[in-house]
Ligand binder design. Structure first.
Ligand SMILES: [Mg+2]
Length: 281
């Protein structure tokens, strides 16, 4: 009898423990779902902050006009140099590719629509499509420069493994000097300075073009917000002459600078930093 009672009691206890465990586990699952939802919402919010700059880039005629302005100024400046070129002097333009000559805003647009963050795989998939379009005025400008016997070098921080699909993209756009010899892509270090020096060995670099200050000089690299401005001021006479800047409000070192070049910040940490940086009155 005792044994039977103990057995029944153990059954009841087992049942209640199991019910309790099940309840706890359901709660855990629910809280896990809430955390997941928050994270997803945070990611979506973080991705959504790119919506305005992407829309500006893709829809505003002002963006288009700024690009034309940059290439018109570039042409005017080169026209002042060409008549004074010494015999046998080889002129070169060093240009960045992404958001300087070719437009990748379609990737950010897709990320916003799908609520997914930038990933190296997403980037690779996009690059492999060779589908970037020309920045307004870029192809015509570089074709004109090439017709004046100026050699174009594409110094990009796309990976060397991206050369093939990128080359296909450049050929599709009918860009001059579209061949591997003129594409100096990222292999070991992100600074572009050593690659600029390679070009400088054989050419007079008459112009640098980019959407990012690191496309012009290593003096801008990994600098604070204030120091980037100070360095910009130091060479203020070069802008619109040797240095031609293209507008990119979607991403860039300007953005990395406000996070102090830290990686892996959470969306909430990023938001706090951004709000602290805003100057109100
Ligand atoms: Mg760029």
């Amino acid at each position: 009898m005792n044994k039977l009672l103990i057995f029944i009691a153990s059954l009841i206890m087992a049942g209640s423990i199991s019910a309790q465990t099940m309840q706890q586990s359901a709660e855990l699952q629910r809280s896990a779902l809430v955390v997941q939802d928050n994270t997803k919402a945070d990611v979506q919010k973080e991705v959504d902050i790119k919506m305005y700059p992407v829309l500006w880039h893709q829809t505003s005629a002002e963006y288009r006009a700024l690009c034309y302005q940059a290439f018109n100024v570039a042409k005017t400046y080169l026209e002042t140099l060409i008549p004074n070129r010494e015999q046998n002097e080889k002129f070169a333009i060093i240009t960045d590719l992404d958001e300087t000559i070719i437009d990748n805003s379609y990737l950010e647009a897709k990320e916003i629509k799908n609520g997914v963050e930038y990933s190296s795989q997403g980037w690779k998939d996009w690059v492999n499509m060779s589908a970037a379009t020309g920045v307004p005025g870029a192809v015509e400008f570089l074709q004109w420069a090439a017709s004046r016997n100026i050699t174009i070098f594409y110094i990009s921080n796309r990976s060397v493994s991206d050369v093939k699909p990128t080359l296909e993209n450049l050929i599709k756009l009918q860009l001059p000097n579209a061949d591997e010899e003129h594409m100096l892509f990222l292999s070991s270090e992100s600074t572009k300075e050593p690659r600029r020096q390679i070009v400088a060995k054989d050419y007079k670099i008459v112009m640098l073009m980019g959407d990012n200050l690191n496309d012009f000089s290593n003096l801008f690299e990994k600098k604070s917000i204030d120091d980037r401005k100070t360095e910009t001021d130091k060479v203020r006479d070069e802008w619109g002459k040797k240095f031609i800047v293209l507008p990119n409000a979607i991403y860039g070192e300007w953005e990395n600078a406000f996070y102090n070049y830290k990686r892996n910040l959470t969306p909430k940490e990023k938001e706090t930093i951004r709000k602290d940086l805003l100057k109100g009155y």
